[in-house]
Write a new protein. Structure first.
Length: 432
């Protein structure tokens, strides 16, 4: 090194020293994991590391070729954002709140119903409800929940509680669920209509997935790689359906199928309407005419949803279905959207195209698997900060000011070119 360079290097020692970050990583392992997760995809990768493969696949997987999920995710990449004037946004507070059925919530996000949540983390639905409560967003308890209707309603500072209903073969049992939800203060009923039978979850069949798990010797090795998850499972109550008993023999999944595979007909929405005194939302609609029919039968809202791709394969992407549904129901009902929402910008796009709010399933389950209640809160925070930042860049200081002209949606290339799970966008294939 030349003398001149050496002198410069010595002079620069304080500057170089100031660049060194000698802070130790957080001592708490959950903080360490979550600290590295900036996106829902990061949470997904963290979840994959924390739980055994069959559990991860049960949450992450979809039905058939997984094409419905791939399409719903891909649709958000076809959104073009059109900013307005962006003057003086830096010091402004952005109002993310929206009113849903007469109640104001922190942002246009609802934690959707997911069955068997205690599989993902033994704190299950309790952890999810607490995180929703602290973030000011609603939580929807699923019919096949693993914490009961009453236990969730009994937590301190509960969120706005919604209850998801599968109309079971046994209508008396169905009615009992409704009455208990009402008595416990659940405000909104979400009636799911896209599940006449369970979807063809091929990852689950390949993994020999069952509830409770039946672990073969090879599976034991796989489990041993996840000591934290194992410790939680062996030190907490066994997994069970919490809101109603399941009779019969066999694993819980097949016993549930026996009572849930439904003879429910679409027009029975009118029966549920009669039985539920409160906002009624029909979930699992992809078609404008069906949305209209649901509203005519008494629904106050519909969720444009393909069940996160877990039921019928090769459906339209939900974002593509949204506009026609919004036009068909007009001012007569609220329209929600789910399936594939992963970014604050995705929430904004759905709202700009006419949704009142979005529901999410996997995003908070990834958080739950990665870090329990704190992981769910982290997932919600990713949506909140992402939405806030996105609105500032769009030049909009309130969610309520999002309008159709803020986004355009390019037509789906899949109308001419087929897509399979293996040709799906990179952002959903990165965890093998
Ligand atoms: C593990 C899991 C369980 C689910 N269980 C239910 C359920 O019990 N009832 C229901 O209506 N939807 C259920 N769903 C679908 C979600 O409510 C929602 O429609 C879907 O997850 C949205 O897609 P996303 O996961 O891409 O956000 C479930 C989804 C997952 C991932």
């Amino acid at each position: 090194m030349a003398m001149k360079d050496l002198r410069t290097a010595v002079r620069n020692v304080p500057y170089v020293w100031s660049m060194l970050d000698l802070r130790l990583p957080p001592s708490d392992p959950v903080d360490r994991v979550l600290g590295k997760c900036q996106t829902i995809e990061d949470l997904r990768v963290a979840a994959r590391a924390r739980v055994p493969r069959p559990v991860f696949d049960f949450v992450d997987g979809a039905a058939g070729t997984e094409c419905s999920l791939a399409r719903s995710l891909e649709a958000f990449d076809r959104v073009y954002n059109h900013p307005g004037p962006v003057d003086a946004m830096s010091g402004t507070d952005v109002d993310l709140s929206v009113e849903v059925f007469g109640r104001r919530q922190a942002m246009p996000l609802v934690l959707g119903p997911t069955g068997f949540t205690r599989l993902a983390h033994t704190d299950g639905e309790l952890a999810v409800a607490r995180a929703a409560g602290s973030a000011g967003v609603p939580y929807t308890l699923s019919t096949p929940a693993t914490c009961s209707i009453e236990a969730i309603a009994g937590i301190e500072a509960p969120p706005d509680l919604w209850f998801q209903l599968y109309v079971l073969r046994d209508r008396a049992l169905t009615l009992d669920l409704l009455q208990r939800a009402k008595a416990e203060g659940y405000r909104v009923l979400v009636l799911t209509v896209d599940t006449p039978v369970a979807g063809d979850r091929r990852r689950d069949s390949r993994n020999g997935f069952s509830i409770p798990a039946r672990i073969r010797p090879a599976g034991m090795l796989q489990m041993a790689r996840h000591p934290g998850w194992i410790k939680d499972v062996v030190t907490s109550a066994p997994l069970d359906l919490a809101s109603f008993p399941l009779a019969g023999q066999g694993d819980m999944w097949s016993r549930l199928k026996a009572i849930a595979d439904s003879d429910f007909g679409f027009d029975e929405i009118a029966w549920v309407r009669e039985m539920w005194d409160g906002p009624l939302v029909v979930k699992g609609i992809l078609d404008a005419q069906l949305a209209r029919r649901a509203v005519d039968l008494g629904a106050d809202g519909v969720v444009v949803s393909n069940h996160g791709g877990r039921q019928l394969d090769r459906t339209i992407a939900t974002l593509d279905a949204l506009g026609p549904v919004v036009d068909a129901v007009g001012a007569d009902a609220s329209v929600f959207l789910d399936s594939g929402v992963r970014e604050g910008a995705d929430v904004a796009a759905a709202v700009a195209l006419g949704a009142t709010a979005v529901l999410v399933g996997r995003p908070y389950l990834y958080g739950l698997m990665a870090g329990g209640q704190r992981g769910v809160r982290h997932a919600i925070e990713i949506f909140r900060t992402g939405l806030d930042h996105h609105l500032r860049l769009l030049g909009v200081d309130a969610v309520a000011k999002l309008e159709r002209h803020h986004v355009s949606l390019a037509p789906s290339p899949l109308t001419t070119v087929g897509v399979t799970a293996s040709s799906a966008p990179a952002r959903i294939r990165s965890v093998g």
